[in-house]
Design a protein around this ligand. Structure first.
Ligand code: ZN
Ligand code: ZN
Length: 563
């Protein structure tokens, strides 16, 4: 951080991602020459970011302060918390990464894929571990979430203790260990300066349903179904996978697994002991063919209607091993992530068309529950930790805002709640809190494996191309005689079908020729002529057919051949 932003012995808190958005969570804590980072996530792109695979934060602040970084602490293994690690390590030297057992398993796979295994030291932390640096001391409190091994992190600093909840909910009957309530309460008793808390479900006036309830409903549904059961869920939700395994065993079904991420999650889950069952619970594709339909569970990816995932291909009829047969029941053990409703709807239509029954999550079926705290749980967290200051994180602006109001209901002073944006620096000293300024922050687009070589201009071009197509106009002129030499050549891709649009093409040809004849007489250079021609054609075409294709004029200066 620019030393001018923070005074000596002030603690600075800032997010490079995760505020005003769900995704790319990256929080930084700086005290003098010491920086601790919590999480390094990616965001999946909104649909207007055509052809972009991921979005990562602008890491400039960390690049500028590389020598101060002591370590990166990971709360849990979701992509919006660990997905950015390879991209961060390619730009910034991070000496150590600390993570729980499962998250570390997933990080290791990622680093191997990117050939970065030697780029940093990996340290697995446990519930009771404490890591002490010159100024800051890091400890952990276990929480519940939709992936095992989720932790909140406490940072003890010379000006007070900061708590970051990570993603959490309170589940009194979880699958796996229960959240460490007493540790949270103890932190609160000792005194917490500032709490950073998950705002994802701050709009829901409820207590999120227990994961165990979902297990019971799934078991109940399995009991009454005859024929094959096909279940789609999030691969990383290992507790859910475990419950689907248990429901299958209870209804005498064997499980076949489809989808790359589901297969790899199960591998890690079985290896590390998060999924427990006999080996013969799983069957391969050959066994699947000869089993009785009433004894089959197919566990697959694709609960979000992702076009390449197993379920979408099964629904489409393009999956190599599985197709829908009448009598199949498909269960969505998931809820739509905003933005995916259309593709999920398409998949469901195709499944019905192919003859399957489809069960989705609703208040009657209970086939899914969220991993994030509703309002009542957020209040519980606030009452346990009892912070002096509050900073809602992990949410879009309205979620942060509502969360801040909840905090005020729980007794936090309005002037002590900070709804911040990425890059803003909140500074704490013995005297209190202040906004110290801003560091560089933003979104970097990842296309394939390249970092940040795709800018806004490229995205805008892709958007124009996908909406309105491309029009290329090639004209030969002789600049010395100021003549247009022949009829322009018009090429269209995705704009109009030339053969069916003769009239418009002729209009573009004559107008281009006339326009150029006009500006050739002025003393403009080729670039100026191109720009003016583009503007001219743009408004001509918009007037005629209300579309704005990308227009590329090619003006070639050639000497007239003397006959
Ligand atoms: Zn999460
Ligand atoms: Zn998250």
């Amino acid at each position: 951080m620019n030393q001018k932003l923070l005074k000596p012995n002030e603690l600075g808190i800032l997010a490079l991602g995760g505020l005003g958005e769900i995704g790319k969570n990256t929080y930084c804590f700086q005290y003098n020459d010491e920086i601790i980072i919590i999480d390094a996530g990616i965001k999946f792109p909104e649909s207007y970011l055509l052809g972009i695979d991921y979005v990562i934060p602008d890491y400039q602040y960390l690049i500028d302060n590389q020598d101060k970084i002591k370590g990166l602490f990971i709360t849990h293994g979701h992509e919006d918390h660990i997905g950015g690690i390879p991209f961060l390590l390619k730009q910034v030297k991070v000496p150590k990464i600390y993570a729980g057992k499962l998250a570390m398993g997933m990080i290791k796979n990622k680093l191997d894929e990117h050939r970065l295994s030697k780029a940093t030291d990996l340290i697995i932390y446990k519930d009771l571990d404490v890591f002490t640096f010159k100024y800051m001391k890091i400890s952990f409190f276990r929480t519940n979430h939709s992936i095992p091994d989720s932790f909140g992190i406490a940072i003890e600093t010379p000006v007070g203790t900061i708590c970051h909840t990570g993603d959490f909910k309170f589940d009194f009957t979880p699958i796996g260990p229960i959240a460490d309530f007493s540790k949270m309460a103890t932190l609160g008793e000792k005194g917490v300066l500032c709490l950073l808390s998950d705002s994802t479900n701050s709009e829901l006036p409820e207590f999120t349903m227990s994961e165990r309830r979902v297990g019971e409903s799934i078991k109940e549904i399995f009991r009454r179904i005859t024929g094959r059961v096909i279940v789609a869920t999030f691969a990383s939700n290992i507790h859910r996978v475990q419950q689907i395994v248990e429901a299958s065993i209870a209804s005498n079904r064997k499980i076949a697994v489809f989808g790359r991420s589901m297969e790899s999650t199960l591998k890690v889950g079985l290896e590390l002991g998060y999924v427990k069952c006999e080996k013969d619970t799983f069957i391969n594709r050959e066994q699947l063919k000869i089993m009785d339909e009433n004894q089959i569970t197919i566990l697959c990816t694709g609960s979000q209607g992702e076009p390449l995932a197993a379920l979408s291909r099964i629904a489409e009829g393009t999956h190599r091993q599985i197709s829908i047969i009448p009598g199949d029941t498909v269960i969505f053990s998931s809820s739509p992530i905003p933005g995916n409703a259309t593709s999920i709807g398409n998949t469901i239509n195709k499944l019905f068309r192919a003859g399957a029954e489809v069960i989705t999550h609703n208040p009657l079926t209970d086939t899914h529950t969220s991993g994030h705290a509703g309002q009542e749980e957020l209040k519980l967290m606030l009452q346990l930790i009892k912070p002096k200051y509050f900073m809602p994180v992990h949410g879009e602006y309205r979620m942060q805002k509502i969360h801040a109001e909840l905090a005020q209901l729980c007794g936090i002073k309005p002037e002590n709640t900070y709804v911040l944006d990425i890059g803003q620096v909140l500074a704490f000293s013995n005297k209190g809190a202040r906004i110290a300024g801003e560091v560089q922050s933003g979104a970097i687009f990842i296309d394939g494996s390249g970092i940040g070589d795709i800018g806004n201009v490229v995205i805008r071009d892709r958007k124009i191309l996908s909406n309105d197509g491309l029009l290329v106009v090639i004209i030969n002129v002789d600049l010395s005689t100021k003549e247009v030499l022949r009829k322009p050549i018009i090429i269209s891709r995705g704009f109009i079908y030339l053969k069916d649009s003769q009239e418009l093409v002729r209009e573009i040809e004559t107008q281009t020729t006339d326009f150029l004849k006009g500006i050739l007489k002025s003393r403009k250079n080729i670039v100026q002529m191109k720009n003016e021609l583009t503007d001219y054609l743009m408004s001509l075409i918009y007037d005629k057919i209300q579309r704005k294709p990308m227009i590329i004029p090619v003006i070639m200066n050639v000497k007239r051949q003397s006959a």
